[in-house]
Design a binder for this molecule. Structure first.
Ligand SMILES: [Zn+2]
Length: 296
């Protein structure tokens, strides 16, 4: 369930350097000027009241970035195909995310104590099963709670600060918890508000949103154990399909990279590494059924 991103520090990618801030500003401008005044696609994500104001502000800026980004049909065809959306306009991307992600809760949110099935608290939620090593970027706890409830044929609720008891009638209820890596410098250098970090967080949310899909065998697009010899050997950090969370993430990064005409060679190299990392986790090209179970 968890997304792990052991970024490829050993390869020595660095985003530091003189004039970086003005360079990042230029990159941002290059990315956003296609939709200069479009206000139609504001994401409808709700933030738990226990989330810090700094966290809310940072995530709001990430989503602002998303809804201003320019992706032409040519540079996003694979993304559009795997997401089954009509086009890669900000409105379509935001709408896809909105359908699968409704709430953000902070790192210290205690899902085990806040989720319950009818009146019984879930003693051991399944989202903790793959945290042997690695850094968790985020997790879709709504999906995890839904899976527990569905196994027992019961209704599930999560108490979200500011929103009360939320009925998890489907993984599509979309409760995403921040992980340790979300606001950590996973790239090794640079600032948390530079373009690569914004992209890392956005791609994480699109990854988590995919866990809100699937039914039956494909329910929540759960990860598979990476095989021996793999960079993530022994971890639930791979997908046994061609249209799961890591595929979505890879295509988003690829489309971003195609879009970023103003990105420096270093930044583009970093994007390539992120894309390759995600593609390496796809163990199969088979597409799973992405219809969601339940409705919200
Ligand atoms: Zn995942």
């Amino acid at each position: 369930m968890l997304k792990k991103f052991l970024l490829l520090m050993a390869l020595g990618i660095s985003l530091g350097g003189c004039g970086k801030e003005s360079q990042q500003k230029q990159i941002y401008n290059d990315l956003v000027n296609y939709y200069p005044g479009d206000k139609a696609s504001k994401p409808n994500i709700k933030f738990a009241s226990s989330l810090s104001s700094d966290g809310v502000n940072a995530l709001s800026e990430d989503f602002e970035f998303l809804r201003r980004i320019n992706m032409t049909p040519a540079n996003s065809a694979d993304l559009v195909a795997v997401m089954k959306i009509n086009d890669s306009s900000p409105k379509s991307l935001v709408s896809w995310l909105d359908d699968r992600m409704q709430y953000v809760v902070p790192k210290d949110f205690d899902a085990d104590k806040s989720a319950y099935l009818s009146s019984i608290f879930i003693p051991d939620s399944p989202m903790n099963d793959d945290s042997k090593t690695g850094t968790v970027m985020a997790s879709n706890i709504g999906a995890a709670v839904y899976m527990s409830a569905a196994e027992q044929g019961r209704a599930a609720f999560v108490q979200i600060p500011g929103f009360g008891d939320v009925h998890v009638s489907s993984p599509r209820v979309g409760i995403i918890q921040e992980g340790d890596g979300l606001f950590t410098d996973m790239i090794g250098e640079g600032h948390l508000d530079d373009v690569p970090h914004i992209l890392l967080r956005l791609s994480t949310f699109f990854h988590e949103a995919r866990h809100s899909d699937g039914n039956g065998q494909s329910l929540c697009f759960t990860h598979s154990v990476c095989p021996s010899g793999h960079d993530y050997e022994g971890l639930y950090a791979c997908d046994n399909n061609g249209n799961g969370p890591y595929r979505i993430e890879a295509e988003l990064v690829k489309a971003f990279a195609n879009t970023c005409s103003g990105c420096s060679p270093r930044t583009l190299e970093l994007f390539k590494m992120m894309e390759a990392d995600s593609f390496s986790r796809m163990l199969s090209k088979d597409n799973w059924n992405d219809s969601p179970q339940g409705s919200r």
